[in-house]
Ligand binder design. Structure first.
Ligand code: F0G
Length: 408
């Protein structure tokens, strides 16, 4: 059973029944959020294995029988001393979300949102996606036997993600234009047809699953919160959810502090970073956003108000990186630490390097970079690898072993 929780507007705090399927406030239009009543309670999960559902009491699904799981969460928090030395950090960790069942952090949110959808009696679930949300929703819908509809921008989703969506049997609708177009379609569809349940990060229950990343990081660091958390930002659901998680752990007394949240965007898809730089209270959408990191190719992030709040409250910031910097960071992390992530995820490493160079992060800081999706999802990057270490080998030549040794 979860601890008592309520559903309220993020902005004006108007309360809604917890069984409502609305995701926006009827009064002011802002997104809703789940709010748990956290007075200093006794922690019941100490002896449970690391996973999303370890934190059952802080997940808003009332009845266990609706839980749909593929064993999500419990991802590695990897100390990266080699990359850390190069960037000039003593304590650099990577929280590798590519280790989730469908290869991205979306599974944390999806296990909770899908379980909630079943509890609410929903049979048809729908999302707009740059690929990972769709892959995750398709898998969890298949597991639960629900009808899954995904709306994606045609020709702009990485091949691995499309493969996942197809193999799990989702109904795929392709829109011309970019992700923002697909998102508009999903909002309009779910507004007009109540039978379709929205599973994007506007869904407050999904964000509750995603906040568990913060809990896990603190538990993996033996009750210490990092000084700085760096992650890529697209729609902004993840950074908002993770910030909420850190705040809840601090409110519970598990941790004494919460980290600065640093969001990274691609140069030509950076409405959040622009708003932060200009000290604005709202964002200006980017028309026709561009980046090789297709997962975060988003011009009009639906959770912008939550993101700006998380950055402000945590004394964090948002920065941009170029595609070149993203690809270099992807290769660095893979070749120096053995962690292969997709371009959007590598943006966090690229952004960290840049922030260090600009002196925005202290050498002794405990820094956690979140890598959000697995590298195999986007094989198109292979064409961008400039100097692959590959040589032809003819083992009919008597000196082939010497030749092999010569290039080492
Ligand atoms: N990293 C990856 C690998 C993603 O797939 C996404 C978002 C993000 C970062 C950004 O997260 O939107 O919560 O700020 N992907 C969404 C999708 C949009 O459809 O898969 P965010």
């Amino acid at each position: 059973m979860p601890w008592p929780y309520r559903l309220r507007c993020f902005n004006c705090h108007t309360h809604y029944p917890t069984q409502t399927t609305n995701y926006r406030c009827e009064k002011c239009g802002d997104p809703l959020e789940v709010s748990f009543q956290i007075s200093r309670r006794k922690i019941p999960w100490k002896n449970r294995a690391l996973s999303v559902w370890r934190y059952r009491e802080l997940l808003p699904v009332d009845n266990d029988r609706f839980i749909t799981t593929l064993a999500e969460g419990g991802t590695g928090l990897h100390h990266c001393p080699r990359l850390g030395r190069e960037i000039g950090l003593k304590r650099l960790y990577v929280k590798n979300e590519g280790e989730n069942p469908t290869g991205s952090f979306k599974d944390r949110g999806m296990t909770v949102a899908l379980s909630k959808a079943r509890e609410l009696g929903k049979r048809k679930v729908v999302c707009a996606s740059t690929g990972n949300t769709a892959a995750s929703l398709a898998a969890y819908s298949a597991r639960a036997g629900l009808t899954c509809i995904v709306i994606v921008p045609e020709g702009k989703v990485a091949a691995g993600k499309m493969l996942q969506v197809m193999i799990h049997g989702a109904k795929i609708f392709l829109v011309t234009g970019d992700f923002d177009e697909a998102m508009r379609a999903v909002v309009a569809l779910t507004d007009r047809r109540k039978g379709f349940y929205l599973m994007n990060s506007l869904n407050p229950f999904r964000l509750e699953g995603q906040k568990t990343l913060a809990y896990e990081v603190c538990d993996q660091l033996d009750g210490e919160a990092p000084d700085t958390l760096v992650l890529p930002v697209g729609n902004g659901g993840n950074i908002s959810a993770i910030w909420k998680g850190f705040r809840e752990f601090q409110d519970l007394g598990v941790t004494k502090t919460s980290p600065r949240m640093i969001g990274i965007q691609a140069e030509r898809a950076a409405p959040i970073a622009k708003a932060v730089k200009g000290k604005q209270d709202s964002i200006q959408p980017v028309v026709n956003p561009q980046t090789i990191a297709s997962a975060i190719r988003i011009g009009s992030p639906v959770n912008w108000s939550k993101v700006l709040h998380a950055i402000k409250e945590s004394h964090g910031t948002a920065k941009t990186v170029s595609d070149k910097e993203i690809l270099a960071a992807q290769r660095d992390l893979a070749s120096k630490e053995g962690i292969f992530v997709e371009p959007a995820s590598a943006a966090s490493i690229a952004g960290l390097r840049k922030s260090r160079e600009l002196g925005r992060i202290d050498r002794s800081d405990l820094v956690v970079c979140v890598t959000t999706g697995h590298g195999l999802k986007d094989p198109s990057v292979v064409d961008r690898i400039r100097h692959p270490e590959s040589y032809s080998l003819n083992i009919t030549q008597p000196d082939w072993i010497e030749r092999l040794e010569r290039v080492l």
